[in-house]
Design a binder for this molecule. Sequence first.
Ligand code: F6R
Length: 352
Amino acid sequence: GKSGYDHYMLKEIYEQPHAIRECLRGRPQTIDESITIDELEDLPRPERIHFVACGTSYHASMYASRLFRERGIPATAFFASEYDVDAIPVDEETLVVGVTQSGETADTLAALRDAKKVGAGTLAVTNVVGSSAARETDRVMYIRAGPEIGVAATKTFASQQAALAMLSSAITGSCSREFVDALRALSDQMQSILDDSSAKEIAEEYVDSDAYFFIGRGYNAPVALEGALKMKEISYKHAEGFPAGELKHGPLALVTERTPVFPLLTSDANYEKMIGNIKEVESRGAPVIAVTDAEERVEPLADHVLRIPKTDRRLTPILMNVQLQLVSYWVANRLDRSIDKPRNLAKSVTVE
Ligand code: F6R
């Protein structure tokens, strides 16, 4: 049941600290600060990685491909429905990773089957034991998020990102004490966000807006897309997410005092550029709700701040997203939407 929550979605948002602990169980090693994924012990280091996925799982794949590239393996995220082995170089040296919560998404299964046909190695990163993706690929890594009933993916996105972050350490051998400690701290940090978030008040203040925009750079860019997808799915409101640098190349024309903008702002190399983007939207009168780990200089620029604790710069999206989930949930709740079963959507999409 919903254990006292009004919706499965809210319950599953609150289950994230537990889901992350389960995802990590036995994987980060205390003795040598490495990460081991038992199921993948004999996985050779691939020349390149292609992620194939849809929707929220695609956003997790975008995140992962950046992390692999930074750690020295060329990696690209593809929409599974656009993965065409005749037009994309893929061979025996390529590892094709299907990221799929359900393990039953038709587009993702088709991409994995095509990849296998041309000799690529295949790996499923999935939540569902014994799913089609798990059965049909060479190897499988489970994200261990537990059953997700709400149609909107929430805890499974967090677990996918954590699993893929660990996968990148395991495959590339790049890890550190700091990274392992940061992974281990995530669960409690998520709990602190859930305990203190002012997302509900912000949702109430901006529930009548024309549209919602989410912007981020680097590791936070996929979360900007995910924030918008979640908002659309469950509130039926117009929402868009994009890499913050793209704002001035078109979307800025849509920004008004009736379109709140959510910048995802971390104290990293992108900080100054993000501040520039905030000024761009602020001067058009848009309400600014910063999701940030930065204390300094944000308050005067933003109308509201949704805080996240400090973490490794590669793990910020996992925490940022919790605040965005809550904003979408409370907007949809105020609008009395069918949150767990949004119109026109299904939990697993078994047609191409
Ligand atoms: C969004 C959502 C969908 C799924 C997509 C892929 O909240 O749930 O976008 O992420 O249909 O599903 P899986 O991960 O099961 O392949």
